[in-house]
Design a protein around this ligand. Structure first.
Ligand code: R5P
Length: 272
């Protein structure tokens, strides 16, 4: 599905309002800072408050855990909060799919979340548990008007990120009631978008070599029908994170090409 549009017949007002906050104008720049839930203090995210502060004004929403929300996110920002509620395994384990529902739905409501997010490990050793967790979360979130973001997680198997696998995993998330899906960009990405009936946002993955690689990824994803990005490392691990998020925002919300985004990046970074 391309972008997000209100569906009065299928969404209560509260659900629509939360989705509209996440997708102003139908598109979204989500800032992902939830990595610590299994990776610990990643480089450039050692002190989340310092990472978040300069980037938040340029994001529509922020994706994080309750621990980072409470300690590192200012209240009253008006930004959407996408609360990660799955977890339970650290990067020290080989199989990362043994996740549980780690934050309750009442806690999500109390924290004024705009959405709850859960990793879904299709094809992994704990596939059944993971999909059952998603089904339970949707059952709990929907009556409260909270949209669920399904995340197609690949654990350490980054080479799983092809269109066939990601279309399968994204579609399963949507079939179980996720209102939106976060997945990776890949060749033939339009196949993933076209077979998923809810909006898709793309993650950036590990830091790419150049900023041009990032702009190409985002522009290609948007051209293929993505509704935006839910991006972390390629923004805040860059030496010019504010210029990065503003250039990415230009692609998502203004329809800049990758080349135009690069020009904007260099103007903002003062590199020209
Ligand atoms: C993984 O920890 C999370 O799902 C991230 O939010 C997701 O991978 C997006 O972050 P990045 O752009 O760094 O991949």
């Amino acid at each position: 599905m391309t972008g997000w549009k209100p569906h009065p017949g299928t969404m209560d007002w509260g659900m629509q309002d939360r989705m509209a906050r996440l997708f102003p104008g139908g598109k979204s720049v989500m800032l992902a800072v939830d990595h610590g839930y299994f990776l610990g203090p990643l480089s450039k995210l050692e002190q989340p408050a310092k990472t978040i502060a300069p980037l938040l004004p340029h994001a529509d929403a922020i994706a994080l855990t309750r621990g980072v929300l409470r300690t590192s996110m200012p209240a009253g920002s008006g930004k959407g909060v996408i609360l990660r509620v799955s977890g339970g395994v650290s990067v020290l384990q080989e199989d990362l799919s043994d996740e549980t529902l780690a934050t309750g739905i009442d806690e999500a409501v109390r924290l004024n979340a705009s959405a709850v997010a859960m990793s879904v490990f299709v094809g992994a050793p704990h596939e059944h548990q993971s999909i059952a967790n998603l089904a339970k979360l949707v059952d709990e979130a929907e009556p409260r008007g909270l949209p669920v973001l399904g995340i197609t997680a690949v654990g350490k198997e980054l080479d799983k990120r092809d269109a066939r696998y990601l279309a399968l995993a994204s579609r399963i998330c949507a079939e179980f009631g996720a209102r939106m899906v976060k997945t990776y960009h890949c060749p033939d990405f339009a196949k993933v978008v076209d077979s998923c009936p809810v909006p898709i946002v793309v993650a950036g993955g590990p830091k790419l070599t150049t900023e041009q690689d990032v702009f190409d990824l985002v522009a290609n994803a948007m051209a293929a029908g993505a509704a935006g990005v839910d991006m972390g490392r390629n923004i805040w691990q860059h030496e010019q994170p504010v210029a990065m998020i503003r250039a990415v925002r230009g692609i998502v919300h203004e329809g800049l090409s990758a080349k135009e985004a690069s020009q904007r990046f260099h103007e903002l970074a003062g590199k020209r």
